[in-house]
Design a protein around this ligand. Structure first.
Ligand code: KG4
Ligand code: ZN
Length: 337
């Protein structure tokens, strides 16, 4: 079964072709970073316009790379949310037209289910049940994953997403957008214990996150640091100490989640899962706890169409189909799929 997966939920136009929910035949991502970076964040209206420009060439490229053409596609899966509505609609309308013209099934997919299932494109697979952390510019959620289609939210951010905090701190430090990768690089030459930024654990036993206090604390620190022309602390130290605070919280809550539901496997997904400081520290932390870690390749951690094709495949084989009334959903909790 060959599925074309489309994701236009944010600022990347993504199309991939996946066979039987596991074999990646092509993965094309057209980044809009050069369009949005001078605004320091994604401008929704510009994102929609770019998707309109890119969607057809990106799908064509995905077919070429897989050495396939339109008639080889058995079904089309598309992200319906959560995301920017104007951006989502471009992918959805493309998918509706494609499905109607070819007479093939149309399957709407939750973007977060896609992130969780991205790990099934890898050779080393987790077995159910496991705990998943989806951590990106738009979301920071911990899920108990019992089976395909069977998810419970254990924790979520109450304010900013972790990636959003990386982006905002990079902006405060004048490092550019998107901030995650730049902070990671800058932090490499810094001391992660130079500044003790606050870690918000919220109420005892809570698996929720809050990053807005940390962001404010970093912002106030940077202002004072600039005012006093402090040579003891470098910009690299600030980046490293901030990154350490985010990573500590993510890891502590993840370990608490595995203890709470009694599972021995963790998977990470989303743009922040590319962060090597997080990956290494998590691996170190779990090494004596008998917990296994599963992280997709970096290009499958960030938004892509392949994860949507995988989620679409599992919905399709369970008999789900959507029709031409399929619509975008800016908010779409995973327990509503
Ligand atoms: O999954 P993604 O591509 O798109 C969303 O759905 O948001 O994630 C993008 C986010 C951005 O906030 C970016 O700063 C962050 O992932 N990111 C990173 C790294 N690479 C990307 N954050 C920390 N370290 C990284 N190396
Ligand atoms: Zn995402």
């Amino acid at each position: 079964m060959i599925i074309l997966g489309i994701d236009t939920s944010c600022d990347d136009t993504c199309a991939s072709i996946v066979e039987d929910g596991k074999r990646l035949l092509s993965n094309v991502v057209s980044s809009q970073v050069s369009v949005h970076n001078r605004y320091g964040g994604v401008v929704p209206e510009l994102a929609s316009r770019e998707h309109i420009r890119n969607i057809v060439p990106v799908v064509e490229e995905s077919m070429e790379k897989a050495s396939l053409n339109n008639k080889d596609i058995d079904a089309i899966a598309v992200t319906v949310g959560p995301g920017l509505v104007g951006a989502l609609l471009v992918g959805i309308y493309f998918a509706k037209a494609f499905s109607y013209a070819k007479g093939i099934p149309l399957i709407g997919v939750n973007h977060l289910e896609g992130h969780i299932l991205s790990v099934f494109l890898e050779k080393r697979l987790p077995s159910f049940p496991f705990v998943a952390l989806t951590v990106s510019g738009g979301h920071t959620n911990i899920y108990h994953v019992r089976d395909f289609g069977d998810y419970t939210v254990l924790g979520r951010t109450l304010d900013d997403a972790a990636g959003e905090a990386f982006d905002k701190v990079a902006k405060l430090l004048g490092l550019g957008y998107p901030g995650g990768g730049i902070i990671e690089k800058t932090a490499f030459d810094g001391r992660d214990d130079a500044i003790d930024f606050p870690r918000a654990y919220l109420s005892k036993g809570s698996l929720d996150f809050s990053f807005s206090g940390l962001k404010t604390s970093v912002s106030l620190y940077i202002k004072k640091w600039r005012d006093r022309n402090d040579n003891e602390i470098s910009l690299q130290d600030i980046a490293a100490s901030f990154q350490a605070a985010v990573v500590d919280i993510l890891i502590d809550k993840l370990i608490a989640a595995t203890n709470q539901v009694g599972v021995k496997s963790i998977m990470l997904a989303g743009g922040v899962a590319r962060n090597n400081y997080l990956r290494n520290k998590l691996q170190e932390t779990i090494s004596d706890k008998g917990i296994d870690l599963y992280i997709p390749h970096p290009e499958l951690c960030t938004d892509n169409g392949a994860m949507i094709a995988v989620a679409g495949y599992h919905r399709l084989i369970k008999g789900y189909r959507d029709d031409l009334t399929l619509d975008a959903r800016s908010r779409f909790p995973l327990n509503q799929i």
